[in-house]
Design a protein around this ligand. Structure first.
Ligand code: DON
Length: 445
């Protein structure tokens, strides 16, 4: 854990002391074992994309995961069956209804919303037993990999939930009566009860949320738990459906994909930024932890974490367009430096994705400074180029070359050297000096 004086721990400490005294809300008691929770328990945990862990309060106190399991089992179903097959059985439409609503699509009986109980029971039932691993073991293994440690079941909560779970059984029978339940209702619901009774801490939940935020790779141990596309799909469903009938208001005000559970757990994920979790069992009428909601909402505001509040800073990718005569290289005779002056240089920096590649291509497309005959793309300060940006840069450079512009790339790691789909590769060089020399060579050189 980080030193107590770092900025993130200080922010968590501040939230903890501001909201620990809030005693509004009720502990869930429809499952008798949950009613035994300590109303004062309050913990917060945050895990960064580098796997740095921050926490305050009761972040290591165990409690059962309950509905916070739903997005992770949905992730497993997507991994095993793919989005199209899962969507045949359970939709991902915000239903605006409570977690235990009879929320089924008119006509088909398919659950509307994968995050309410009806949808979650079907999702659980979609996980096939294999010859070696029964359905629940697969679920437990998947939840454990998201958390980065082996989790177990709180058998007392499971027994209590099974004892009082008639509404969920009724839902399962109702779904089967209309068609879309691929297994026996009793088996489906028993597995769902066990999945809800898996024991976690706020720190575990932060790791699970961080794994989704980190494109499906657990940032604590580097384990790829699900594909990047699956992590993105799950975050999308959390953003639109994760907070039941409060999902719209949550996305509007807090602006983060999230999931609540009746035992008091609450997760939120900042895509490519962090996983966050809180534990406090006092719940509002929508079944969300009151203190958790206050803490995450306040953190989101304080650090500008709202998903839609993500201004890309202009100019942060392309640091400058200059001519090569400004290059700090020695020695350069008069002829040599005049020759260098005929190359425009576009210098890029940082990690290049779609947005950054668009900026670079736009800069390459600008009319060349007077007297220049060639353009050189300088990638020396670029830390990473994703596959989309690579393809965009290759085809953009090929288009410039086809338009008759002489182009070269200073690309010491050869990241653009492989030919694109059209078989064309840009001219790449290990140093800027070599790229400029090639781009400004006399035709007879
Ligand atoms: O289905 C149930 O009743 C619970 N085991 C889980 C529900 C839940 O956590 C709802 N979330 N706020």
């Amino acid at each position: 854990m980080s030193a107590a004086t770092d900025a993130v721990t200080e922010a968590l400490r501040d939230l903890h002391s501001r909201f620990a005294g809030v005693d509004e809300g009720e502990i869930a008691d429809y499952i008798p074992q949950l009613a035994l929770a300590d109303p004062d328990a309050f913990g917060l945990a945050l895990i960064s994309m580098d796997g740095h862990r921050y926490s305050i309060g009761d972040a290591e106190v165990p409690f059962t995961i309950q509905s916070v399991s739903k997005p992770f089992v949905y992730a497993l179903a997507l991994s095993v069956l793919g989005l199209d097959e899962v969507s045949r059985w359970v939709n991902a439409e915000p239903s605006g209804e409570a977690f235990n609503a009879i929320s089924l699509e008119r006509g088909t009986g398919r659950p509307d919303n994968a995050m309410v109980n009806a949808g979650a029971i079907v999702t659980t039932a979609l996980i096939p037993d294999t010859s070696r691993t029964p359905r629940f073991e697969r679920i437990l293994d998947c939840l454990s990999r998201f958390a980065g440690r082996m989790l177990d079941v709180d058998e007392q909560v499971y027994a209590s939930e099974a004892y009082t779970g008639d509404r969920n059984r009724a839902l399962a029978y109702l779904i089967r009566s209309t068609g879309p339940l691929p297994v026996d209702p009793v088996a489906a619901v028993e597995t769902y009860f066990r999945q809800c009774s898996v024991r976690v801490t706020a720190m575990d939940l932060a790791a699970m949320a961080a794994t989704l935020a980190h494109g499906g790779v657990n940032p604590l141990n580097g384990d790829r738990v699900v594909a990047e596309s699956v992590a993105a799909q799950v975050l999308a469903v959390m953003a639109t459906c994760g907070m039941y009938d409060a999902s719209g208001d949550w996305l509007l005000r807090v602006g983060l994909p999230a999931k609540s559970g009746v035992s008091g757990g609450l997760i939120a994920a900042g895509p490519a930024r962090f996983g966050l979790a809180t534990y406090s069992p006092l719940l509002d009428p929508a079944g969300t932890s009151v203190r958790g909601h206050l803490a995450i909402g306040s953190l989101s505001q304080r650090f500008g974490l709202h998903l839609m509040n993500n201004p890309a800073l202009p100019g942060s990718t392309v640091t400058g367009v200059t001519t090569a005569e400004d290059l700090p290289v020695e020695p350069a005779g008069e002829r040599e430096s005049a020759r260098r002056g005929r190359a425009a240089i576009v210098t890029a920096q940082g990690a290049l994705d779609f947005t950054a590649a668009e900026r670079v291509l736009h800069a390459l497309d600008e009319p060349e400074p007077e007297g220049t005959v060639a353009v050189v793309l300088d990638l020396l300060r670029v830390t990473d180029i994703d596959t989309v940006a690579r393809a965009m840069l290759r085809s953009g450079l090929a288009r410039l070359a086809a338009d008759g512009r002489r182009t070269a790339v200073a690309d010491p790691d050869g990241r653009l050297r492989e030919p694109g789909e059209d078989g064309v590769a840009p001219h790449c060089f290990a140093t800027l000096e070599q790229a400029v020399a090639w781009a400004t060579r006399e035709p007879a050189d």
